[in-house]
Design a protein around this ligand. Structure first.
Ligand SMILES: CCC/C=C/C(=O)SCCNC(=O)CCNC(=O)[C@H](O)C(C)(C)COP(=O)([O-])OP(=O)([O-])OC[C@H]1O[C@@H](n2cnc3c(N)ncnc32)[C@H](O)[C@@H]1OP(=O)([O-])[O-]
Length: 735
């Protein structure tokens, strides 16, 4: 090579790099590699600048990956490493020698900001880029909010910075974020370009010197954009502060914009939200490392390949599951009980797939689903003989599920895995009718299954580690977050949801209106409050389950008190609504009224208000004003209390599991880190004191009685969340 020397780490075989710099490793350790990396980058640049034989510089990453950005753990370390990156980006930009970034793999966060200091950027066709700081509660604080709008304009910069989405190399090229996309060796292409640039003027390539491209209606555009950003943020601070930083770029000179960016960054850094979001980032990765109380673990279990899968039942859940499998490129057979159901299901699946294909096309991807080798519809169980895995997604009915599993056990090849999509039924009972209980597992999908990320993976008494590992691998391939949990009624998610919804209904009995309760929980950050949720899901679902449990309906013993079951408080309100045909959105009436059956806009319903007051009169309940604090505490603290019981019983192996379930399956606001993280921020002694208070007022509600594990943790001095599980079996002499 003839162009002189450059900075190129990890390219020893090319005999080029005399100055070696690694920008940031993909797997940062907990120490402070960032400081070392920054120092090395700064030293390398200074040496290149001082050395007259160096004519141009190339910056690349190690092992085919440019950089995943700053070490996220560093933001909560005392020296806040990573914050010195801005001046280094400026140093790169000021270089009198051309600097070219060679982007391979990923360039995210601080990594992409480094490239914005470079004079040119070349990306490999497979590379992905983005500024995901917003997703961990921050903003691109290395001058990225000031440089990106200057490079690609305000609308595109706003989109990328406030959503944190990753973009492909082809989109980056279209936007002007990179100058060239190559299919060959990116570093060599960058070196070639650097060679051509030697001696050419660089002023016009220094982004800090460029104006932000004007829009004819910048003010109106920004006003409208802020409304959208706030709406999407649902109480999360970072998107709005990202917006403010970009707005500063449109109004102020570069240096002032950078000062504003720093000020906003510090607000975010010290906000509890950033801590919660960063906890959520690591929690999601921690649950991949599953273990069970019997000692099975991700470390020793190996997943089996799934070359062909089947889905039984093409109702709402089955359709979404088929769609997810097709998107994951797993050939799938979709089975229904007869041709009529099959045709309805087929139409619905094809519609979903067409919509998904359209969405994917916008991102430059294709979805092949019109090929019988990829997707086959059938009514005959015989077609299941060669599949590696079956997901049964029929109606929640134990007898029906057992019948199907018995059949599957006889028809499927011996090594095939049998999964049941259930939200509460006993996995062991389902497995008991098969000859291979070790290959039976629960896979609880969330509706709509092709959209929702959560997959609760429930192992039974006999489920083998290989089966768990295979289900986890399937979740990953389907781009879902698999969380391994034990077998109990409602598993983790629904079990914690029961007391939450129960409290919401009790609050109606005592004086609240559905819209009051929903508002408080939506203000907290839930995407949707419990009554809007119940209307959306359909009140009849819970009604059917309560009838099966003998809590209501014809099997209820005559003379049972209306508001008591088994000696505890019970509210018949949801049953009464169902008896009146108010099933929620599907019937146009539920806890709210809708414009029509199937309508989606919930309006407070005066009928419900008078129904509630008549109900209170009938049962001689004195209506009282219930403040927001009580609504929030009673709903959330009972949910958290159940979480402590779940941990104590070994149903989940750590609080992160519960948090990941709630964030990904139940609309819990991510910027509050999940219910157990939230509990740790409120303080366990506070939660305990409030539960004790409410439990004294409502002694007939066992869900308000504080969990023994919660009490123990408080007695042990309120340890930090990541130490909780180590206290499970320790003795406390204060109890
Ligand atoms: C003023 C300052 C300005 C700069 C701000 C920033 O740059 S903010 C940062 C902006 N950047 C981001 O927000 C990017 C965040 N990262 C990602 O989005 C993804 O990790 C990925 C797309 C890079 C790779 O996805 P994938 O599915 O291939 O792999 P995976 O996700 O399983 O990760 C593998 C392992 O690496 C770990 N780890 C990864 N990145 C970081 C990190 N930055 N830090 C720490 N750790 C990190 C991860 O925890 C896991 O560890 P484990 O469990 O093995 O011990």
């Amino acid at each position: 090579m003839s162009w002189g020397r450059h900075i190129a780490p990890g390219q020893d075989n090319r005999k080029l790099p005399e100055v070696q710099v690694v920008i940031s490793p993909l797997h940062p350790t907990r120490n402070s590699p960032c400081l070392a990396v920054l120092q090395a980058l700064e030293d390398g640049l200074k040496r290149a600048d001082a050395d007259p034989s160096v004519k141009a510089v190339t910056i690349c990453g190690e092992n085919g990956k440019f950089s995943a950005g700053a070490d996220i753990r560093g933001f909560s370390s005392p020296n806040k490493q990573g914050l010195g990156l801005g001046p280094i980006v400026s140093l790169i930009e000021r270089s009198e020698k051309p600097v070219v970034a060679a982007i391979e793999g990923i360039a995210l966060g601080g990594g992409l900001e480094v490239t914005l200091g470079c004079h040119y950027r070349i990306a490999h066709v497979q590379a992905r880029m983005g500024l995901p700081e917003v997703t961990i509660g921050l903003l691109p604080g290395a001058e990225g909010t000031q440089r990106l709008p200057r490079l690609i304009g305000v609308p595109a910069a706003l989109d990328i910075i406030t959503t944190g989405r990753h973009i492909s190399a082809s989109e980056a090229l279209k936007l002007g974020l990179v100058d060239e996309v190559v299919e060959e060796n990116t570093v060599e292409a960058a070196i070639r370009l650097a060679n051509r640039l030697i001696g050419q003027p660089l002023g016009h390539r220094r982004l800090s010197l460029k104006p932000v491209p004007k829009l004819p209606n910048m003010e109106a555009f920004l006003t409208e954009a802020l409304v959208k950003v706030k709406k999407r943020a649902q109480g999360c601070l970072a998107p709005e502060l990202c917006f403010q930083a970009i707005k500063a770029a449109t109004e102020q000179p570069f240096a002032d914009g950078v000062r504003k960016e720093r000020e906003l960054f510090n607000i975010l850094l010290t906000s509890g939200q950033a801590k919660a979001l960063q906890y959520a980032f690591f929690a999601e990765r921690a649950v991949e490392k599953w273990t069970t109380p019997s000692g099975a673990s991700w470390k020793t279990a190996s997943p089996q390949p799934i070359r062909k899968a089947a889905v039984i039942g093409l109702g709402t859940m089955g359709r979404g599951i088929v769609t997810s499998l097709v998107k994951a490129k797993i050939p799938v057979v979709a089975l229904e009980q007869d041709l009529e159901y099959l045709n309805t299901g087929r139409k619905a699946v094809m519609l979903l797939l067409e919509r998904e294909a359209m969405k994917m096309e916008q991102g430059g991807q294709t979805l092949d689903f019109n090929n019988p080798a990829r997707l086959q519809f059938a009514v005959d169980f015989d077609v299941l003989r060669d599949v590696d895995l079956v997901i049964e997604a029929v109606f929640e009915n134990m007898a029906l599920k057992k019948e199907i599993f018995n059949k599957l056990s006889r028809i499927c090849k011996p090594e095939a895995f049998l999964c049941t999509n259930t939200s509460a039924l006993n996995i062991d009972e389902i497995a008991s009718v098969t000859s291979r209980p070790q290959q039976v597992i629960g896979t609880h999908f969330f509706s709509p299954a092709h959209v929702m990320r959560l997959l609760e993976i429930i192992y039974g008494r006999h489920t083998s580690p290989t089966t768990i590992a295979t289900a986890m691998q399937l979740a990953k391939v389907m781009k879902k977050v698999g969380v391994v949990v034990g077998n109990c009624f409602g598993f983790v998610g629904n079990r914690m949801m029961f007391p939450y919804v129960q409290q919401a209904v009790f609050l109606l009995e005592e004086g609240s209106r559905p819209e009051d309760v929903d508002q408080v929980l939506e203000d907290f950050g839930f995407k949707i409050g419990p009554f809007r949720m119940s209307d959306l899901a359909g009140l009849d679902v819970g009604w059917r389950s309560r009838k099966d449990q003998g809590l209501t309906g014809p099997t209820l013993a005559p003379g049972t008190s209306a508001r008591q079951r088994h000696g505890y408080r019970y509210s018949p309100l949801p049953d009464l609504l169902c008896e009146k045909g108010r099933f929620g959105q599907k019937t146009g009436k539920g806890w709210y009224q809708y414009e029509k059956a199937g309508g989606r806009t919930a309006k407070p319903d005066p009928w419900i208000h008078s129904f509630l007051s008549e109900y209170r009169d009938t049962h001689q309940i004195k209506t009282r004003f219930i403040d927001q604090e009580e609504i929030l505490e009673r709903c959330l603290f009972t949910l958290i209390n159940e979480g402590f019981d779940i941990l104590a019983e070994g149903i989940a192996s750590g609080p992160e599991h519960l948090d990941v379930v709630y964030i990904n399956g139940y609309g819990w606001p991510k910027h509050r880190g999940g219910p157990m993280f939230y509990a740790s921020t409120v303080g366990l002694p506070n939660i305990l004191a409030k539960l004790q208070k409410y439990s004294e007022i409502h002694p007939d509600v066992p869900q308000l009685r504080p969990s023994a594990f919660l009490k123990k943790l408080v007695a042990m001095g309120n340890p930090p969340l990541n130490d909780w599980m180590s206290y499970l079996h320790r003795q406390s002499n204060k109890l």
